[in-house]
Design a protein around this ligand. Structure first.
Ligand SMILES: CC(C)(COP(=O)(O)OP(=O)(O)OC[C@H]1O[C@@H](n2cnc3c(N)ncnc32)[C@H](O)[C@@H]1OP(=O)(O)O)[C@@H](O)C(=O)NCCC(=O)NCCS
Length: 161
């Protein structure tokens, strides 16, 4: 397994994963803009095949996880947790003291992953996401960063950046 920065040439593979995994996928324009505008964008690969990706912003000591997606064929095997841990490591290395994210109130799997990593619920954004029934609330989560994020990655992952 390898985590590496994404490049424009990854766009088709990213969109394939996004459309396969998400009921309301980001558009190709959303992803392209994220790659262009200076967000920190990472892919997770197995045998040189992209199986997931994530997008992070860091500014003024705060970080936001904007998206994280694992190909459904590879979900439930720990890759989402690994990629999230890597984002926490990167956020901390870029000077963030806290990481925020939003998750659909119905997204129990993602909520579980974030909760396991220590994220706490800090609020609700009413009707934040489109849904099959109209709109759906977002749960806002936050995690304060501590030293162990660094330790985990020095010992457990091969990182190319
Ligand atoms: C959320 C996501 C990134 C997680 O990636 P993943 O590789 O499947 O995650 P992991 O394998 O590391 O962990 C999954 C955990 O969820 C648990 N889980 C699975 N289904 C669950 C459910 N319905 N309810 C609660 N927990 C669930 C698993 O048991 C596992 O927990 P464990 O490690 O304690 O056993 C992935 O499911 C995904 O891409 N989903 C679609 C896109 C998305 O929702 N992104 C998040 C946007 S906020």
């Amino acid at each position: 397994m390898k985590i590496r920065p994404l490049i424009m040439a990854d766009l088709p593979e990213i969109m394939t994963i996004e459309c396969k995994a998400c009921r309301f996928p980001w558009t190709v324009g959303n992803i392209r803009d994220s790659l262009k505008c200076g967000y920190l964008c990472f892919g997770i690969e197995i045998s040189n095949k992209l199986i997931g990706y994530a997008i992070l912003s860091v500014a003024a000591g705060e970080s936001h996880v904007l998206n994280i997606v694992i190909d459904p064929d590879f979900q439930g095997q720990g890759y989402g947790t690994h990629l999230m841990r890597y984002l926490l490591y990167v956020a901390k290395r870029h000077g963030a003291g806290i990481v925020f994210l939003e998750v659909r109130s119905s997204n129990k799997k993602a909520f579980h992953v974030y909760h396991q990593l220590g994220f706490n619920e800090i609020g609700i954004r009413k009707n934040y996401y489109p849904s099959e029934k109209g709109r759906e609330d977002a749960i806002v989560l936050a995690l304060e960063l501590h030293e162990e994020a660094d330790f985990y990655y020095i010992n457990h992952l091969i990182i190319k950046s």
